[in-house]
Design a protein around this ligand. Structure first.
Ligand code: XMP
Length: 516
């Protein structure tokens, strides 16, 4: 792999993604990992990320010279660039002046690293210190107003560095710089493709599970579907999927799993229709946290029952169900402790919520993938596009989009309104522009309206379209007025009981995306 050494800013994951966009496999490792351990992973190249520190700060992460003298091609970025200069005998000066944001780097002689990026380029900077003298053997390639030495290389030793951040889009030729490093500097081939990812995972899954049986909970979302499709590809005859219909799904979602997903992948599927059980458990409950707890609890119990059945059935054939598939993604792995160590400890032990006598080892075929890669793999495996591109939908489903008690009638109303919204957003071509658009039924609020000649006393429905990168923060999406008008007309005309449509114009924070 290409190893991205994380110096503690938020850039390392982004760098890894950009490297993979260049179709080269990369992983993030913490800067605390000793050079010997990093080199033991046999990196094809190393990228030193940016970081918040000054190389002069007390406790600033150090770069072991072994790493840059190992013969492995290295690209230093921002902090990594300075740390590299320092480790190789160059000089880093405390300029006392910060250069932050977009600026221009001029690079009359771009060398290998900047080839094809022009004589000057718009770059994005964020640094205080600056390299004052390049180490011996290095050629200076670029300068900017705040960094006289803004890029350098020693092409012979395959060592490169840039002061700016090529991984952010504001650095216009950033991807070109990364690709120059990967393809030409390190001589790597762009072979990290969905086909190769699948071949690789199929092999790993087969090695891990042997001939044991595997169980997988399907939710209808992207991650569990693609994870299941991969396991199906690897050991199809040993996999049983369980889909719990808690009755809080949106229109068509059950069919999407039962009919379209099964047809596309051929998985063996057990659907448990538990809607009545959930409705009974939710009767009279209005508190959001209480609803969430009840839904979570019932879900795990229903899944547990289904899993027991799968185990019993396998047992009757003398087989053992040893594994449970989980759609853990790479960002979760990195965030839950960086390296493999921490996250592995979690996965070898169990899955939260299941009782002790029903413990499985985890199969996590998406552990190395970012979301966009999961989608590519899904498409390659023939998972239906409606699932591959499905927007986020919360586990508790429509249960937390009915403000007030959840009843069968209210679910019908919300499902109808939601179906109209989704259909119209799709027709307007906006599915991939907005992050998601919860539709919320204010079931305990009534408002007066007029329809035909009559007075109505119905419920408002809230549209909550949001734009976001990661759901941690969000802004309300500026949907076209005509589209909003059309959606509003359709809902008030077609959905009985709804006589008002309102738009949520709150960002997150302060509002969360969901209302409950
Ligand atoms: P909030 O409302 O916290 O939502 O801004 C952030 C993102 O998480 C989704 N969400 C959930 N997803 N189980 C899930 O799987 C949940 O209980 C849950 N609650 C919120 C929400 O749709 C949004 O994308």
């Amino acid at each position: 792999p290409v190893l991205v050494i994380d110096y503690g800013a938020q850039y390392a994951q982004l760098i890894a993604r950009r490297v993979r966009e260049a179709r080269v496999y990369s992983e993030v490792v913490p800067h605390t990992m000793p050079a010997a351990d990093i080199l033991a992973k046999n990196p094809a190249a190393i990228i030193l990320s940016g970081g918040p520190s000054s190389v002069y700060a007390d406790g600033a992460p150090r770069l072991e010279a072994d790493l840059v003298n190992s013969g492995v091609p290295v690209l230093g970025i921002c902090y990594g660039f300075q740390a590299m200069a320092q480790a190789l005998g160059g000089e880093v000066g405390q300029t006392g002046q910060r250069e932050y944001g977009s600026t221009t780097a001029s690079s009359p002689d771009g060398g290998l690293l900047l080839e094809g990026t022009g004589e000057s380029q718009q770059v994005w900077m964020s640094h205080g210190d600056a390299v004052a003298r390049a180490p011996e053997g290095f050629t200076v390639l670029a300068s900017s107003p705040g960094a006289p030495i803004a890029a350098f290389e020693d092409a012979e030793r395959r060592l490169f560095g840039v002061q700016w951040h090529p991984e952010v889009k504001h650095s216009v030729a950033g991807q070109q710089v990364l690709e120059n490093f990967l393809y030409r500097g390190a001589g790597l081939a762009p072979d990290w493709t969905p086909e190769n990812v699948i071949a690789d995972q199929v092999k790993k899954i087969r090695e891990q599970v042997g001939d044991a049986r595997v169980i997988c909970g399907l939710s209808g979302g992207v991650d569990s579907s693609v994870a299941a499709a991969l396991v199906q590809e690897a050991v199809g005859n040993q996999l049983t999927c369980v889909f719990v219909d808690h009755g809080l799904l949106r229109a068509g979602e059950r069919e999407q799993v039962e009919r379209d997903f099964v047809a596309a992948t051929g998985v063996d599927l057990i659907t448990v229709d538990a809607s009545q059980r959930f409705l009974t458990a939710l009767a009279g409950v209005t508190d959001p946290e209480a609803k969430r707890k009840i839904i979570g609890r019932e879900f795990i119990r229903v899944f547990e029952d289904a899993a027991r059945e799968v185990v019993a059935r396998a047992g009757a054939h003398g087989e053992d169900v040893k594994f449970l598939v989980q759609g853990t993604l790479y960002p979760d792995v990195v965030e839950s402790g960086g390296g493999e160590g921490a996250a592995n400890i979690k996965s070898h032990h169990n899955v939260g919520g299941l009782p002790d006598d029903l413990q499985f080892e985890l199969v996590e075929p998406l552990r190395e993938l970012f979301k966009d890669e999961v989608r590519q793999v899904g498409l390659e495996l023939g998972v239906p596009e409606a699932i591959v591109w499905r927007q986020p939908f919360p586990g508790p489903g429509l249960g937390i989009r009915i403000i007030g008690e959840v009843t069968a009638e209210r679910l019908e109303v919300l499902r109808a309104a939601d179906a109209i919204v989704r259909k119209e957003l799709t027709a307007a071509g906006l599915d991939r522009d907005i992050w998601q658009c919860p539709v919320v039924l204010l079931a305990d609020v009534r408002s007066v309206g007029v329809q035909g000649d009559g007075r109505t006393y119905g419920h408002p429905v809230v549209l909550r379209p949001v734009s976001s990168e990661d759901a941690m923060t969000a802004d309300w999406s500026r949907l076209p007025y005509d589209l909003l008008a059309h959606i509003s007309n359709r809902i008030t005309n077609e959905v009985a009981d709804v006589n008002r449509v309102v738009l949520d114009v709150t960002s997150k924070p302060p509002g969360t995306i969901e209302w409950e």
